[in-house]
Structure formats: C-alpha cells, structure tokens
Design a protein around this ligand. Structure first.
Ligand code: GRF
Length: 264
C-alpha cells in the first residue's frame, strides 16, 4: 500500500487473534496503518504478548479492581472532571432507562473512572483510529465523546461475531448457532452510544450446516474476521468512509431514520 499511514490504537481483552491479523497486515504493508499502542482491561490478556513481540507499547487499566474499589465506598469515589452523570445517563442506550437508578449510576460511574484511566494511558500515543479487537467492556458516552471530538467523525471501530443487528452481546457465534441460523457472520461497525448498534462498515458471512458445532462456527467466523478487520481499516485509512443519516418514509404516516456508512 502506498498511502499515508494512519495511527491505530487497539484495545483488547483476550487472545488477540484479530490484533494479530491487524499487526500482520501492517507489517506486511497490506494496509496503510501502524499500531501505536495496545491497551487492555485485563492484566492476563494473552494478546499483550502479541503486541510486545511486535514492539508495540502496551498498558493495562484494570477494570475489575476499579469496580471492586468503587464498591467499597461508592459515595467517596472520585469522578473524572467534566463527568456529568445526568448527561451521560440520558445519552447512553447501553442499559435500559428503566433500570434501577442506583445500579445505572454505579455502572456509569465505575466505567467513567476506568475510562478516564484508559484515556490517560492512551494520551502519550496520539492516534487516528481506535480499534476494539475483542475488548469486552462497553464504552460509555463519556469515553466516546472524548475520542469523537469532531461532530460526525467516527473514530472507534469494533468487530462483532454475528451479522448485526442480529445477536448483539458477548456470544454472537453461540447465539447464531443456537437459534438455528443457516448463515453466520461477522460485522465491523463504528461505535455509537448503544451496544453493538453503531453504523455498519462491513460484513462477511459463512454457511452453517447441521454438523457444525460452536467450535466450528467460531473457527469459520474468526477466519473471516481476520480478513474483514484489515479491509475495513484500509477503507478508513483511504478516507473512503462517511456516515450519513438516511430517512425512509414507510407509508401509513411512519418513517425510519438510521445513520449508515457510505463507502466511496
Ligand atoms: C472475536 O470473535 C470478536 O468478534 C469478538 O471477540 C472475539 C475476539 O477474539 N468481539 P480475539 O481476541 O481477537 O482472538
């Protein structure tokens, strides 16, 4: 690839096979990008070793210990400057607004404390795009707004193990198989304020037969993820992705609006 290289930050929680696919694509010059840091919420994330082997700086923001610490004395927790609970509560649609307000408050406050630490750890490494590569924590509007600081410019990508909008959540391949789907797939999308709900950049699919198991479905899906993520990053690097709002008149007085990705 011969274009200007973009700087990628990556967040992982586990094995990091997607991270490896992106590292390989960068090293083999298949995409116009380089990874400037790898962060994790999980001190035991196996993917950290992949980053270290590729000489990429790493850091850990230990979410579990932050959440535990908060639980000991929620009222004395020190919240990040500029964190407005009411504003974040109203923007987010990760969790139903009907949830017990105390639980919602604790969720958003613990995440904001952890997210502020993540942001501080990321600060030494300016980046153009943040990729979530098996990062198993939801991001709140507090974090998202710090990254997407220009209106309409989406800078956080995620890979999801299902053909969204079917099967959001943590076990996309398992949910697809258990439902009896005859096709499974993976999706790369931009992050918005909901869970796996942001504008879709790309998808790949594979057939599922009666003899497939969860393991074989995961294996088929991951092989496609390793192609789809670098391809999607390259489209971003080439400046080809834009998010536009589409409005559809459904007749009978109803309409449907959705922000979608257009690739030039
Ligand atoms: C992938 O299936 C990805 O779609 C999901 O988490 C898994 C991460 O795998 N978000 P790995 O850590 O990249 O191997």
């Amino acid at each position: 690839m011969g274009g200007k290289q973009i700087r990628i930050g990556a967040l992982i929680s586990g094995g990091g096979t997607n991270l490896q696919a992106i590292i390989d694509a960068c090293v083999q010059d298949k995409i116009d990008a380089r990874i400037v840091f790898v962060g994790t919420d999980n001190p035991d994330a196996k993917g950290l070793a992949r980053a270290q082997k590729a000489n990429i700086p790493t850091f850990v923001t230990n979410y579990s210990s932050i959440i535990k610490e908060y639980g000991k004395n929620p009222d004395s927790a020190i919240l990040p400057e500029g964190f407005e609970l009411a504003d974040i509560m109203q923007k987010q649609f990760l969790i139903s607004q009907d949830t017990d307000p105390g639980k919602l408050k604790a969720f958003l406050e613990t995440r904001a404390i952890a997210e502020r630490r993540l942001l501080d750890a990321m600060k030494p490494y300016p980046f153009d795009l943040l990729v979530l590569a098996g990062f198993m924590r939801n991001l709140t509007p507090y974090f998202i707004d710090e990254i997407n600081d220009e209106p309409g410019r989406y800078r956080i990508m995620n890979i999801h193990p299902a053909l969204l909008p079917a099967f959001p959540g943590t076990d996309g391949y398992g949910d697809t198989l258990r439902y009896g789907c005859k096709v499974g797939g993976c999706t790369v999308h931009f992050i918005d304020y909901g869970e796996d709900s942001g504008p879709i950049i790309g998808q790949k699919s594979f057939p599922i037969s009666d003899t497939d198991t969860k393991e074989s479905v995961i294996s088929k899906g991951l092989h496609l993820e390793w192609q789809l993520y670098p391809e999607s990053i390259q489209k971003f690097a080439e400046g080809r992705l834009s998010v536009v709002e589409k409005n559809y008149d459904l007749g009978n007085g109803k309409s449907f609006s959705r922000k979608i990705v257009v690739c030039s």
